[in-house]
Design a protein around this ligand. Structure first.
Ligand code: SAM
Ligand code: SF4
Length: 353
């Protein structure tokens, strides 16, 4: 599809055309990724962050947030739960926390690999090549790093570089692939200043990077961030992408059509907009992965990227049985094994022109 056609899809409100888009995306998902829904146990192990992303509640200068970093033992207890629940992957996610050392995370990865068959996904922000290669050698399998927007000007505005450093997540993704990681990325939908053309370009960028995993979710404004004001001002502008549920489904479906073999999660941000049905509708419109939360209840509320996050009061057991029941009720099966992306298994890593 060319960019113009993607923009037309993003703008359409024709319900029968959209029903057709959902059908096409679901069929492609079934043919290329199968009926299994893979479960990734998410461990939000630290909310310390040195960055000041304009959109995120964990940003360094949010003084109203209590900070925590889980101990190695606490993290390994969550990993045990992942094994007990039959997950194939754990995702270790944090703010860009420079308060833990390279060795500290290396030891955790090695311990997980020694004790279990789980795939390990890291999502700990922009780190040096030395750290990334040491963690890969320790056994990490995958890395999640959203490029947030493919528009360089918008990116600089919402994701300012640290003094004396550059931030280029797209080139970092390429380097992660060279190190042998399965690479995941994604964007937020409805960032203030994001146009339909920008979002269409994001989808084409997913395709040209041949991503193994692609997470897209609505931007949810947070009171303690600078983008709250911009968000209020941007509403009503005709080229502004709305941060709605409908726009998220369109983006998931179009992403599936452009990247048929990628793993695509139905995200927590989507479930936050529609707690009753958001996850299911994402899974019916192109997604094939969900990420049940394993973070201990005493820390969950402190990982406040955005307000009113779904599943904030639940325990890991409650999240697990809720997701399992929802997936079964849809007539889908729960994935067995690591759930590597079909794109990766078929030999990804070749960027498209
Ligand atoms: N610190 C790591 C990083 O930035 O890659 C990982 C954690 S970060 C909280 C994970 C993702 O949360 C970001 O890539 C961003 O897309 C998403 N996020 C942050 N603030 C958000 C908001 N207000 N609404 C929706 N998603 C948000
Ligand atoms: Fe930190 Fe990631 Fe939030 Fe940016 S998005 S402030 S790097 S946690």
């Amino acid at each position: 599809m060319d960019k113009k056609r993607i923009i037309e899809w993003l703008k359409t409100e024709d319900q029968s055309a959209l029903d057709d888009l959902w059908r096409q995306a679901d069929k492609t998902r079934q043919q290329e990724a199968g009926d299994e829904v893979h479960l990734r146990g998410l461990i939000e192990f630290s909310n310390y962050c040195r960055r000041k992303c304009g959109y995120c509640g964990l940003r360094a200068d949010n003084q109203s947030l209590n900070r925590y970093r889980m101990s190695q033992d606490e993290i390994l207890q969550c990993v045990e739960q992942a094994v007990k629940f039959g997950y194939g992957t754990v995702v270790l996610q944090s703010g860009e926390d420079f308060g833990f050392s390279t060795e500290w995370l290396e030891q955790i990865i090695k311990e997980i690999k020694k004790r279990t068959d789980l795939a390990v996904t890291l999502s700990v922000g922009e780190r040096s090549m030395e750290e990334l290669s040491r963690w890969k050698e320790a056994g990490a399998d995958r890395y999640l790093l959203r490029f947030e927007t493919s528009n360089p000007r918008l990116y600089r505005r919402i994701h300012p570089p640290l003094p004396g450093e550059q931030s280029d997540r797209i080139s970092l993704l390429r380097r992660l692939r060279e190190l042998g990681y399965e690479i995941g990325s994604g964007v937020m939908i409805g960032i203030p200043g994001q146009t339909y053309g920008d979002l269409a370009e994001d989808i084409l960028t997913f395709q040209s990077l041949s991503l193994d995993m692609i997470g897209v979710g609505p931007f949810i404004p947070h009171d303690s961030t600078p983008l709250m004001k911009d968000f209020e001002m941007s509403q009503g502008s005709p080229e502004q992408v709305p941060n709605t549920e409908a726009m998220t489904y369109k983006t998931i479906a179009l992403t599936r059509l452009h990247c048929p073999r990628a793993n695509i999660p139905s995200t927590t941000a989507l479930a936050t907009l529609n707690k009753a049905q958001g996850r299911e509708l994402g899974l019916e419109r192109g997604a094939n992965v969900v990420m049940p939360n394993l973070t201990p209840p005493e820390y969950r509320a402190m990982y406040e990227i955005y307000p009113a996050k779904a599943c904030i009061a639940e325990t890991a057991e409650q999240c697990h049985s809720c997701m399992k029941n929802r997936i079964r009720a849809m007539g889908r099966t729960i994935g067995k094994g690591r759930g590597d992306s079909p794109a990766f298994l078929h030999g990804s890593g070749k960027e498209q022109p």
